[in-house]
Design a binder for this molecule. Structure first.
Ligand SMILES: [Zn+2]
Length: 301
């Protein structure tokens, strides 16, 4: 690309604010990543604002943020119980002057991952798609008739549908939420329940035990498959999407649970819907948030 073209290209600064890291990328309207940065998430809100401010440059057309929580679009307030430095903050207000009043978009990270997967990977070739993110928490986003479903608070809290009646207590106040059975800690909890131990085995270690033939590890993933399958079956029965995609850190271990989940789903879904939905692992990995954030701007501008 020559200098003249470079100057003419439209670019957005996309930032994925995670609990551990912040990923930033300057992305053009063809969704090419022009520049990429990563840093540890600061401990205070002011440091976070300072960091984001330091990334401003005059060639930016917009700033688009992916946040680990909900966003009230009418009050511009963030709801982020898992990243408390953001909770209750009005980021828009605190950044608009520094960013010279260019458009600032804020959206839930899992919603944006779904948007990214839909446009960047699927090229918008299907109508309806659900993305489940299995990570520190369980999130998701749903594309209906080619558009990201948004609500007043922007979230699609798949993690808080009930997986087990009167089950584990969830941070949201209810008992038995999917989040408690499908997030990263859930595998360790299930393993400990089944073995009556108090281990701190990571999912990767439980997977290793699985490979070594450990029966408790196998049962742990079987339990995981079952709960995930129940939730996905319910989602298919409601939305009848063309695809359900699995993203987030635990999708790296999908070979230990997804085949079994799909078997249960195919058996349990409403008969009329059999054979319509494909369940597969998402293609966008760590860049899902920033790609989705860029698309959120370019598809609405
Ligand atoms: Zn919950």
């Amino acid at each position: 690309m020559n200098k003249e073209n470079l100057e003419k290209s439209r670019v957005v600064l996309a930032i994925d604010i995670g609990g551990t890291n912040i990923k930033s990328a300057v992305i053009d309207s063809e969704y090419n990543i022009v520049k990429e940065l990563k840093c540890k998430t600061p401990l205070t809100y002011n440091e976070l604002i300072d960091y984001i401010s330091s990334l401003y440059s005059s060639d930016l057309e917009a700033l688009s943020l992916a946040i680990p929580g909900g966003y009230n679009h009418s009050k511009n307030i963030v709801f982020a119980p898992n990243l408390t430095i953001l909770n209750g903050k009005n980021i828009l207000n605190d950044l608009k002057d520094i960013f010279n009043n260019i458009p600032i978009l804020i959206e839930n990270d899992a919603n944006l991952a779904a948007l990214g997967e839909y446009h960047y990977v699927e090229k918008a070739s299907i109508d309806n798609m659900i993305l489940l993110t299995l990570g520190t928490g369980v999130g998701g986003g749903v594309i209906i008739n080619g558009r990201l479903h948004k609500s007043r608070t922007s979230t699609f809290e798949i993690g808080h549908i009930i997986a087990v009646d009167n089950g584990r207590k969830c941070g949201c106040g209810r008992y038995g939420c999917l989040d408690e059975y499908a997030n990263i800690s859930a595998l360790t909890l299930t393993y400990n329940e089944l073995s009556n131990t108090n281990s701190d085995l990571t999912p990767a270690k439980i997977a290793k035990l699985f490979d070594e033939g450990n029966l408790t590890a196998k049962e742990t993933f079987a339990v995981y498959s079952k709960h995930l399958a129940k939730a996905i079956t319910d989602l298919i029965n409601i939305f009848v999407p063309d695809k359900v995609k699995i993203g987030g850190g635990l999708s790296e271990l999908s070979r230990y649970f997804l085949k079994d989940s799909i078997k249960i789903i195919n058996n349990d879904i409403f008969p009329l819907y059999k054979g319509i939905t494909t369940v597969e692992v998402a293609s966008l990995k760590n860049q899902a948030g920033v790609i989705g954030a860029a698309i959120n701007y370019f598809k609405s501008s």
